[in-house]
Design a protein around this ligand. Structure first.
Ligand code: PRP
Ligand code: ADE
Length: 178
């Protein structure tokens, strides 16, 4: 593991059997509360795109809002919230998706991105990839160019990265837990 990966791994708390038996929950609240680790994570997420024109950062509710907002600020990009169903007040696009421990639906405002705009997706973690694949499909449905997807944590055994790469979305992650 490189230095940043080991620093971040040490700042993330692991909770066995949450929210269901057999799941090891990777809890980033300890990383967010550690000023040095939070800054290191945001800087490392931003670094590949510094100097690149990114129009918008899309973040998935809820943990993707925290990291995506910080990344958007550093890239001087707009921010697009991708929300769980029923929270957005205007005309929406919606998709059903499954994740490591359940199924849900997510929504985005139809006018959140203009056709051809360059968007990066940001979330804390990729596991099965259900959330990020769904978000990519929503963004493409309204004409966005999904330039990349960035996560603090990859759970490679669950195959999400490969699913996104199969959709031609480059994936950037900082630390793996197997
Ligand atoms: C978590 C995490 C990702 C998603 C990853 O969110 O923040 O968005 O699961 O899982 P996947 O790759 O299998 O789709 P969750 O839906 O638990 O929502 P939260 O951020 O509101 O806790
Ligand atoms: N989202 C999906 N799988 C997760 C895990 N193991 N820990 C934290 N968030 C998750």
């Amino acid at each position: 593991m490189n230095t940043i990966a080991s620093e971040l791994a040490a700042s993330i708390r692991s909770i066995p059997d949450y929210p269901k038996p057999g799941i090891i929950f990777r809890d980033i609240t300890t990383m967010l509360g550690n000023a040095k680790a939070f800054r290191r994570a945001v800087d490392a997420l931003v670094q590949p795109y510094a100097g690149t024109k990114i129009d918008k950062v899309a973040g998935m509710e809820a943990r993707g809002f925290i990291l995506g907002g910080a990344v958007a600020h550093q890239l001087s990009a707009g921010f697009v919230p991708i929300r769980k169903k029923g929270k957005l007040p205007h005309d929406i696009v919606r998709i059903a998706y499954s994740l490591e421990y359940g199924v849900d639906e997510m929504e985005m405002h139809r006018d959140a991105v203009n056709p051809g705009e360059k968007v990066i997706l940001v979330d804390d973690l990729i596991a099965t990839g259900g959330t990020a694949v769904g978000a990519t499909q929503l963004l493409r449905q309204i004409g966005a160019e999904v330039v990349a997807a960035c996560f603090v944590i990859d759970l490679p055994d669950l195959g999400g990265r490969k699913k996104l790469e199969a959709l031609d979305v480059p994936v950037h992650t900082l630390v793996e837990f197997s």
